[in-house]
Design a binder for this molecule. Structure first.
Ligand code: MEV
Length: 335
């Protein structure tokens, strides 16, 4: 038996950080996937081949006047720990353990903020279960994938594992273990350019910094979180009506609020402003910030110009269409 499972990466269109405080966020799947191939083995041995888990650029850390530069090749190892944890958690859930040969490939760079760890977790949960002759519902896959992320990272929101499982466009809100997901029927194509700049801070650092600021100045930072929630409401309406002008405006506003929270960086701002001045309808950082990815919404006739300017100021760029299918599983039974 051969199992081919794949799950898409994602971008957060609106509402990152505010989602941690109960506000809704809007996320969308992208057209790059993590592919996991699984073949059961007759023994109980698990083998993993991680091919093509490409990592972007370098990490530069500035701390107390010292500059540390490390390559991001180390990020491949955490990606592999998601595979291990996915097998452990799925076999515990199924109460059944079997040997398997797994091969994982990525169509996008890992560790860039595109939800690759969630896609690895979700695709591996599905590949492992199906290679043992089991079937899982999407709800089960999303929940197990979230458990994998929590087990590896200590803390994780269900945003990435939800969007990579269900795909499409999704409004999501969560508090504690309760998750509200709503699929959004979006009125047309959304041409997006993604650009990656060096990561200076980790997601955890950014989330912690925002929390400290909210605790210290709730009347200011708390208000900005609420305002991001308001932006999400208007953006949802614009998405459904395919009002690209309004969407662009909301992206700019959301970026301004994220910058005020303190999670943007000079490089992210440079890419965002350059995209806007070269014709993008709107641009913002996406994800936790502190470096990582920025996205720009463009009319098709402008996308080439916008991408070439963003490329000039970043490590890499890619164009993507949004709202692709979530987890996909194909089983080939041997005869
Ligand atoms: C990170 O991609 C998004 C944050 O909102 C954190 C989270 O929701 O887990 C910053």
């Amino acid at each position: 038996m051969r199992v081919y499972a794949s799950a898409p990466g994602k971008v957060t269109l609106f509402g990152e950080h505010a989602v941690v405080y109960g506000q809704p966020a809007i996320v969308a799947s992208i057209d790059r996937r993590i592919n996991v191939y699984a073949e059961p083995r007759s023994d109980k041995v698990v083998t993993i081949e991680a091919r093509d888990l490409r990592v972007p650029g370098v990490i530069v850390t500035y701390k107390e006047g010292e500059v540390t530069v490390e390559t991001e090749y180390g990020l491949v190892l955490p990606a592999i720990s998601y595979l291990n944890k996915a097998i452990e958690i799925t076999s515990r859930y199924l109460d059944s353990k079997h040997g398997v040969k797994l091969v994982v490939r990525s169509e996008m760079p890992v560790g860039a903020g595109l939800g690759t760890s969630a896609a690895v977790a979700v695709a591996t949960v599905a590949a492992y279960a199906y290679s043992g002759g089991y079937e899982l519902s999407k709800d089960e896959i999303a929940r197990l994938g979230w458990e994998v992320e929590k087990a590896v990272q200590g803390i994780a929101s269900p945003m990435d594992t939800s969007i990579t499982t269900y795909g499409g466009f999704m409004k999501i809100r969560y508090s504690g273990s309760s998750i509200e997901r709503e699929n959004l029927a979006v009125g047309g194509d959304l041409p997006i350019v993604i650009a990656y700049v060096e990561r200076e801070f980790k997601t955890g650092d950014m989330v912690r910094m925002v929390r400290e600021r909210i605790l210290k100045y709730p009347q200011l930072y708390g208000k900005m979180i609420e305002l991001i929630g308001e932006v999400v409401k208007i953006a949802e309406e614009a998405l459904v009506r395919h009002d690209l002008e309004k969407l662009g405006l909301m992206m700019n506003l959301n970026h301004g609020l994220l910058d005020s929270l303190g999670v943007s960086t000079r490089k992210l701002n440079e890419v965002v402003y350059a995209a806007r001045s070269s014709g993008a309808l709107g641009a913002k950082l996406t994800g936790a910030g502190g470096g990582g990815c920025a996205i720009a919404l463009c009319r098709p006739e402008k996308i080439e110009t916008v991408e070439s300017i963003m490329k000039f100021l970043s490590e890499f760029t890619m164009r993507t269409s949004l709202g692709t299918e979530g987890i996909r599983v194909r089983v080939e039974k041997s005869v």
